[in-house]
Design a protein. Structure first.
Length: 176
């Protein structure tokens, strides 16, 4: 089984990264460890995602062959999924904008970029591979970039974040 997850207390950048990466790994299951920020919980209660989010307790960790981490690279931040790092033969793919740190396991694939939002990395990959996104997906990803970059005003914001946001607007993102 392939599993997509992010950090506990997921914010909109985490959620948006999950939504985007699911387009790159369409057969992977999605599970969010622990709780989400209040705004994310409220959003999800009104706007259901186009895929199921599994309860972490319903995931058989023995079945996980590939763990896809977005907006996070630290085992200590992924709840019970940190147990997977003890699993021999676990494959790990990481997509993140936080600085590299020592890890217990060497990832098979890692895309770590100095941008303002992890979502920006995912949007760039979707765009490069010509993977279509819906206006709803574009909206969620735009929210992720806007939240993580302080509406594109934080010092960590890069031109790549602005280009990704512009691309999402062209794909139908709704800012209302």
């Amino acid at each position: 089984m392939h599993l997509i997850t992010t950090h506990e207390n997921a914010d909109f950048d985490a959620l948006a990264s999950v939504v985007g990466i699911k387009k790159l790994y369409p057969n992977a299951l999605v599970s969010l460890p622990g709780s989400q920020e209040k705004e994310v919980r409220e959003f999800l209660s009104i706007f259901p995602l186009p895929f199921e989010i599994k309860n972490p307790r319903d995931i058989d960790l023995n079945e996980v062959e590939l763990l896809i981490l977005v907006d996070c690279r630290s085992p200590s931040r992924i709840g019970l999924f940190k147990e997977l790092f003890r699993k021999k033969g676990l494959r790990l793919h990481i997509y993140d904008h936080h600085p590299k740190r020592e890890m217990d396991i060497t990832p098979e694939k890692e895309v770590i970029e100095e941008v303002g939002a992890a979502t920006t990395i995912i949007v760039e990959l979707l765009r490069k591979r010509h993977i279509p996104i819906t206006p709803f997906e574009a909206t969620i990803m735009a929210i992720g970039i806007y939240e993580e970059t302080g509406s594109l005003r934080y010092p960590s914001t890069t031109y790549r974040d602005l280009e990704a946001a512009a691309y999402l607007l062209r794909r139908g993102a709704n800012l209302n």
